[in-house]
Design a protein around this ligand. Structure first.
Ligand code: NAP
Length: 288
C-alpha cells in the first residue's frame, strides 16, 4: 500500500486535536495516537492507535503506511527519551518528514527543563537525516484561559510576575493551521525552523484592556513579585522543575527579552495571525 498517511502524536491534546480536525476536513488519512483509546472522538479519515512513546515497540503500528509525523507530547520528566524513540522508529520506518512542536525558548544548553528538553530533541531530530520542520511558539494565547480567566471571573483582577514586559503570544489555532500547511505542502517547509508569534507583542496591561473592552467591565492587571509567583505555584504542588522554568519565562518577559515578532505565521498561512483582540472576543465567555 502507498505510504500516504500522516501520523499525529498528541492527537488527544490541545494542538493535536485541532490538527486532526483540519486533516479530517481535508479528507487526509491520519493515524491519531493516544495512550488510551477510551474516550476518544472519531473523525472521518482518521483512525486512533494506542501507543506510548516510552514503549518503543508500541510505536511501529503508529507509522504503518505513513509519510509524515507530527511530534508533540507534554512536558513529562522523560520527554526527551520518549520523543527520541519516535524519531528512531520513524527513521526505521522510512518516514520522510517530522513536524515537531517545540518552544520559543528551546535551548539544548539551558539549565531549565522545558527549553533544555525541546533543544535536545530538536538537535536529535536534525541529526537524524529525516526532513524536519520545527515549530517554536513563543507563548500561547490559550494560556490566558486558565488561572487568568478564573481570577477575572471571580474578582475582575489577575496576577502575573512579568511586570510590563511584552510577549507576542500566538493563538493555538494559528499553530495548528501552520502545522497543517507544513504537513500538507511539505517540500516548502523541509528543514526549516519557524518561530511563531502574533503580529504584536503585548503586556498584561494590554490584555486587561482587551478583556475590559469585551466584557464591558474594568479588569485590572496586578503585577506580583517572583517570590509571590513561586509561592503560588508551590501551593499548587507544581513540580520544582516546572516552577523554575515558568519563573525563568516570566523573568525573560519582564526583562524585555520576549518582544520578538516574526512574520512566519503570516507568510506560511498567507493571512495575518489572530490578534489579542480577536482572541479575547472569541473567548469572551471565559472571562464573564
Ligand atoms: N503553553 C505554551 O505557552 C507553550 C509554548 C510553547 C510550547 N509549548 C509546548 O506545547 C506542548 C504541549 O502541547 P499541548 O498543550 O497541545 O499538549 P497537551 O494538551 O498537554 O497534550 C499532550 C498530548 O501528548 C500526548 N502524550 C503525552 N505523553 C505521551 C506518551 N508518552 N505517549 C504518547 N502520547 C503522549 C497526550 O496523549 P494521551 O494523554 O491521550 O496519551 C496528549 O495528546 C509542550 O511540548 C509544551 O512545551 C507550550
Amino acid at each position: 500500500m502507498k505510504n500516504n498517511k500522516i501520523t499525529v502524536f498528541g492527537a488527544s491534546g490541545n494542538i493535536g486535536s485541532l490538527l486532526i480536525h483540519l486533516l479530517s476536513k481535508a479528507q487526509i488519512e491520519t493515524i491519531a495516537v493516544t495512550r488510551n483509546c477510551h474516550n476518544t472522538t472519531d473523525f472521518p479519515f482518521s483512525r486512533w492507535v494506542q501507543a506510548d512513546m516510552s514503549h518503543k515497540e508500541s510505536l511501529y503500528a503508529t507509522m504503518e503506511n505513513s509519510k509524515a509525523v507530527f511530534l508533540l507530547s507534554g512536558n513529562s520528566p522523560t520527554v526527551v527519551e520518549e520523543q527520541k524513540n519516535v524519531i528512531d522508529v520513524a527513521k526505521e520506518m522510512a518516514i520522510k518528514h517530522i513536524v515537531k512542536l517545540s518552544s520559543g525558548a528551546a535551548d539544548p544548553n539551558s539549565r531549565f527543563y522545558v527549553p533544555y528538553s525541546h533543544g535536545q530533541i530538536e538537535n536529535y531530530l536534525i541529526a537524524s537525516g529525516i526532513h524536519y520542520t520545527i515549530l517554536r511558539p513563543n507563548g500561547i494565547m490559550q494560556n490566558w484561559l486558565g488561572e487568568i480567566a478564573d481570577a477575572v471571573r471571580k474578582e475582575r483582577k489577575f496576577y502575573e510576575a512579568t511586570g510590563d514586559g511584552k510577549r507576542a503570544h500566538v493563538d493555538r489555532r494559528d499553530i495548528s493551521d501552520v502545522a497543517f500547511k507544513c504537513l500538507t505542502v511539505p517540500e516548502t517547509h523541509f528543514d526549516k525552523i519557524y518561530f511563531l508569534t502574533s503580529d504584536k507583542a503585548v503586556n498584561y496591561y494590554d490584555v486587561a484592556t482587551a478583556i475590559s473592552n469585551v466584557i464591558h467591565e474594568e479588569v485590572i492587571y496586578c503585577p506580583i513579585s517572583f517570590e509571590q509567583a513561586k509561592q503560588d505555584m508551590e501551593e499548587k504542588n507544581m513540580p520544582a522543575t516546572l516552577i523554575e522554568t515558568f519563573l525563568a519565562y516570566d523573568a525573560a518577559q519582564r526583562n524585555g527579552e520576549t518582544e520578538i515578532v516574526t512574520d512566519c505565521v503570516r507568510t506560511i498561512l498567507g493571512c495575518p495571525p489572530r490578534t489579542l483582540e480577536t482572541f479575547i472576543a472569541d473567548h469572551a465567555t471565559y472571562f464573564q
